[in-house]
Design a protein around this ligand. Structure first.
Ligand SMILES: Cc1cc2nc3c(=O)[nH]c(=O)nc-3n(C[C@H](O)[C@H](O)[C@H](O)COP(=O)(O)OP(=O)(O)OC[C@H]3O[C@@H](n4cnc5c(N)ncnc54)[C@H](O)[C@@H]3O)c2cc1C
Ligand code: SF4
Length: 587
């Protein structure tokens, strides 16, 4: 029997990126906010300090900062004819847990989606005709436009202190930036990071081939910075322990460095850790949430009543919470009825490696999570798709994030996988290899979706989330095209051997790709194809808002968090300017 607690104005389910920003802002506007986080409290001092943090075995190999998949796994399969099995090791993607969420151990690569990404269906139909889009795909418009979001992108980047070079300020193309990006109102808050040697090799070759290079937009900061909230951050020292690790130097933007301390200082805000939210409670009409039920770390069950519930639990967890709570009709791919779980998408990652002679020294250990040189000439909107049989695209760059001893050992094809010859090859190539990233879009399709697993349960007896996914043929064609172009850049880089690998089917859960899982609580203007309206408000239960990459109707070529940040502020504006003044459906 759950203990009923005193009612509050707002509950956030999860205190990661979205939960921290929204919690801080709503508490500052005078509301009583409770942040419920399943993981533990942690902060730069003492939790993220060395030598504890620079432990590759614990954090990169054994995934020490990630969701506990003994308690709560996800089941996966490639298609509806298979039986899904639980992922008991995180490999393909790495959901986080604990205060700060995955944005503690993210890389900091901070992109904006392109203008056309937000109007994907209408853009492609208008430009190429309805028949151009593969009938398997279910791409759709977002219900917001890039213009709606621009000031919110800007606000998020200034919160982070993102380091970069603008490519388009108010419609004027800027030398040195990404000419294919949407317009921005001003320059990045801090200048780009210094260009590493591997990136310079890529940049030179790419420019010689006529491509337009620009520096990776990075929330590993290039210089000390005080954000508009008054919080100070440091410059990155290229420690090489960024992705999968927390930053000990206050140099990576995370809730801990850029916003959370202000929420914690506010008496209107209460953070409760070790609190696993099981479901959102509804009243008898099923049209109003009354709060949430959670279990604390001692196993006690509580009911926390609230006027407003914000679901900020990370993309896949947002979908599961809605399914467990009976909010919105679950999607059925056979009938295409229902919406929750619809349009699950991922990221289509391909790669290339350039092996040099021993006179070219790369020093891969001197790296950050988000530093490199790239091109966007193959982004979804950047080139004419007319002659090709696919939509979407990829950015290409050299962004080497580490040279850590256990997992970084590039070897050319033909090298044995173990033994003396393998060791000799690792020693030979460790310091003389450049990796190229091909970071591709992922189109939503009819048969890729999320639902509740019929067999497997979590530690609290609730069904696990089931993921049904494989790469649509459209995306495999895109990956092949961009990988071939990348190979040519690799060959122009002057190495000895170039190995390029385009993404193939089937999706493999045992190989790391990205944690950029999207969709499942899609936003839009049509309740028959979306879960939340353009303000991220549930169509079915208007005092529930869902915020995160689960709102994306399909995934673009870029890392998602810049766009998640813009959606967070867009939703905040809607809450403050519309919903709180007159609670009820906003559309
Ligand atoms: C290794 C890695 C590298 C990445 N690199 C990049 C990058 O370079 N660029 C980029 O754009 N993106 C990157 N990402 C993605 C980025 O981290 C996410 O987009 C971002 O953290 C999403 O914010 P969020 O608030 O939706 O989720 P999170 O920040 O993960 O926060 C969700 C929180 O909710 C909590 N929670 C979940 N379920 C419950 C529950 N039932 N009860 C209570 N609490 C719950 C979780 O514990 C977590 O703290 C990376 C991710 C990973 C893992
Ligand atoms: S690479 Fe830079 S930002 Fe990343 S953890 Fe190290 S010091 Fe921090």
């Amino acid at each position: 029997m759950a203990t009923k607690l005193k009612s509050v104005n707002v509950v956030t389910i999860g205190v990661g990126l979205a939960g921290s920003i929204l919690g801080k802002e709503l508490a500052a506007s005078g509301l009583k906010v409770v942040g419920l986080e399943r993981g533990s409290m942690r902060d730069t001092v003492p939790d993220f300090q060395s030598p504890n943090m620079h432990d590759e075995l614990r954090f990169a190999v054994r995934k020490g900062l990630m969701q506990d998949n003994v308690k709560e796994a996800i089941t996966a399969r490639n298609n509806v004819n298979e039986t899904a099995l639980p992922m008991r090791r995180w490999d393909s993607f790495l959901p986080g847990t604990g205060v700060g969420g995955a944005s503690v151990h993210w890389n900091g690569q901070t992109f904006r989606f392109q203008v056309a990404d937000f109007i994907s269906r209408s853009y492609h139909e208008q430009k190429y005709g309805k028949k151009f889009i593969d009938p398997e795909l279910r791409i759709q418009d977002w219900g917001v436009t890039y213009d709606d979001l621009e000031k919110h992108f800007d606000r998020f980047e200034y919160l982070c202190g993102t380091s970069g070079k603008a490519g388009n300020i108010k419609g004027k193309i800027q030398p040195g930036g990404n000419p294919y990006e949407g317009w921005r109102s001003r320059e990045y808050p801090t200048p780009p990071m210094k260009e590493p040697y591997f990136a310079a090799l890529f940049g030179k070759a790419a420019r010689e081939l006529g491509y337009k290079t620009f520096p990776q937009p990075s929330s590993n900061l290039s210089q000390p910075y005080v954000n508009p909230e008054g919080l100070a951050m440091n410059a990155c020292v290229f420690c090489g322990f960024c992705e999968r690790f927390a930053c000990e130097h206050y140099a990576k933007s995370s809730p801990q460095t850029m916003i959370l301390p202000l929420a914690l200082k506010n008496p209107n805000y209460e953070l409760r850790t070790g609190c696993q939210v099981l479901k959102i409670n509804l009243d008898s009409t099923k049209k109003k949430a009354t709060g949430v039920t959670y279990v604390d770390s001692a196993g006690r069950e509580f009911e926390q009543p609230a006027d407003l519930v914000l679901v900020t639990a990370f993309a896949v967890n947002n979908v599961r919470l809605l399914l467990l709570s009976g909010i919105g009709q679950p999607y059925d791919p056979q009938t295409e009825k229902g919406v929750v779980g619809r349009n699950y998408a991922y990221q289509t990652m391909s790669s290339a490696q350039v092996f040099y002679d021993e006179n070219v020294n790369i020093n891969p250990f001197m790296a950050s999570g988000a530093n490199g040189t790239m091109i966007d000439d193959f982004g979804g909107e950047s080139f004419d798709h007319g002659p090709h049989k696919f939509i979407g695209g990829a950015y290409v760059g050299s962004i080497m994030t580490n040279g850590r001893p256990i997992e970084f050992h590039p070897t050319p094809p033909g090298t044995p996988a173990w033994g003396l010859e393998w060791k000799k090859a690792v020693a030979k190539h460790y310091n003389h290899t450049v990796a190229l990233n091909i970071h591709g879009s992922s189109s939503s399709s009819r048969w890729n979706y999320l639902d509740l697993d019929p067999t497997y349960k979590d530690a609290w007896g609730l069904p696990l989330l089931r993921m049904t996914f494989d790469f649509p043929d459209n995306d495999i064609r895109m990956a092949k095209f961009v990988t071939e172009k990348t190979k040519k850049i690799g060959e122009a880089m002057g190495g000895k051997t170039v190995v390029a690998t385009a993404r193939q089917k089937p999706w493999n859960t045992t190989v790391y790709q990205t944690t950029h899982t999207t969709g499942g609580t899609v936003m839009g203007n049509d309740p028959s194809t979306s879960v939340v309206n353009r303000y991220l408000q549930s169509w079915d239960v208007p005092n529930v808002f869902v915020i995160g990459a689960s709102n994306f109707p399909q995934n673009a070529a870029y890392n998602p968090t810049g766009t998640v940040g813009a959606l967070i502020y867009w939703c905040l504006d809607a809450l403050k300017e519309k919903y709180l003044k007159k609670p009820g459906p906003l559309v």
